[in-house]
Design a protein around this ligand. Structure first.
Ligand SMILES: NC(=O)c1ccc[n+]([C@@H]2O[C@H](COP(=O)([O-])OP(=O)(O)OC[C@H]3O[C@@H](n4cnc5c(N)ncnc54)[C@H](OP(=O)(O)O)[C@@H]3O)[C@@H](O)[C@H]2O)c1
Length: 260
């Protein structure tokens, strides 16, 4: 069996995936900080001492660093039997407030690097391969004041929904979660939303279990939680002008920028 590559491994959801995956898989973990990757490796080895765990720090926005990652894998003779594409940047603000750097950064992490890493994994795959791409319910419709995030996550949903028809012998699932209490700023935001935030929020561990079950069954998409599934259905039948009004009222006075 090959390695399961996890991007965004040192983020909150990424760590939750790693803690569960290490019980069954050998792992190839990537994130930006070598120190945090080493700490995570130590923690994961305490969960399964004989796990093979490789860490490789890389800024996924950087073409050269992505190339280095796969060069390293080739030098070590590593093949992949899984890819969990968790890295993502949830910056949210009016588009005119973005700098050029922020546009490039968010687009590259959320979409370009996710697709490029998938390409690299496919070229080095074992016969059995599973791919889980992390999108967001924000990708289900255009979202004024959250436009770039929703557009990049929409691109992730469309890309992997198409890829599963090209690469038919792999299991490919897109995770489309709503609220997950991960970073402190995300937790505070969920709290501020009152009962809807509470109803939508699902713990990282819950999300991981639902995602793995969906991937095992090779489902195209999974949105964990009954409330969230219901909201997705309502979104589909609600006219665009009503949706836009709700989204604009919710987001126009809010900003999120955790990746300065
Ligand atoms: N939390 C939610 O409510 C929610 C809802 C829907 C979807 N999601 C998605 O879930 C995923 C995980 O988010 P999270 O809530 O766990 O947030 P998080 O802890 O901030 O995780 C984001 C991850 O992305 C990685 N990343 C960012 N820029 C990178 C870069 N240039 N190169 C390599 N890695 C980079 C970060 O790496 P470092 O560890 O090196 O910083 C981090 O591991 C994201 O794709 C997010 O869009 C979250």
């Amino acid at each position: 069996m090959g390695y399961t590559l996890v991007t965004g491994a040192t983020g909150v959801l990424g760590k939750a995936f790693c803690r569960r995956l290490v019980l069954t898989d050998d792992l190839f973990l990537t994130g930006r900080s070598e120190e945090r990757l080493k700490d995570l490796k130590t923690e994961l080895l305490s969960l399964r001492a004989d796990a093979k765990i490789v860490v490789f720090p890389a800024d996924l926005t950087d073409f050269t660093e992505r190339e280095e990652l796969f060069k390293f894998a080739d030098e070590q003779g590593l093949k992949f039997s899984g890819a969990f594409l968790v890295a993502g940047v949830d910056t949210q603000m009016a588009f005119e407030k973005y700098t050029h750097e922020k546009i490039v950064f968010q687009t590259r992490v959320n979409f370009e690097s996710t697709v490029a890493i998938t390409h690299g994994v496919l070229a080095r795959r074992e016969k059995d391969l599973k791919i889980l791409a992390v999108a967001s319910v924000c990708g289900n419709q255009p979202m004024p004041y959250f436009a770039l995030y929703s557009a990049t996550k929409s691109a992730v949903i469309n890309f992997f929904s198409a890829l599963r028809h090209e690469v038919k012998d792999a299991k490919i699932t897109t995770l489309i979660p709503s609220s997950i209490p991960t970073r402190e700023d995300v937790k505070k935001d969920i709290e501020k939303q009152g009962w809807t935030g509470k109803a939508a929020a699902k713990s990282p561990e819950y999300i991981v279990e639902k995602a793995l079950k969906a991937l095992e069954k090779n489902k195209a998409k999974i949105t964990p939680g009954f409330f969230n599934k219901t909201v997705c259905v309502l979104q589909k039948i609600t006219p665009g002008f009503i949706k836009n009004t709700i989204i604009i009222n919710k987001f126009k006075n809010k900003e999120k920028d955790a990746f300065n």
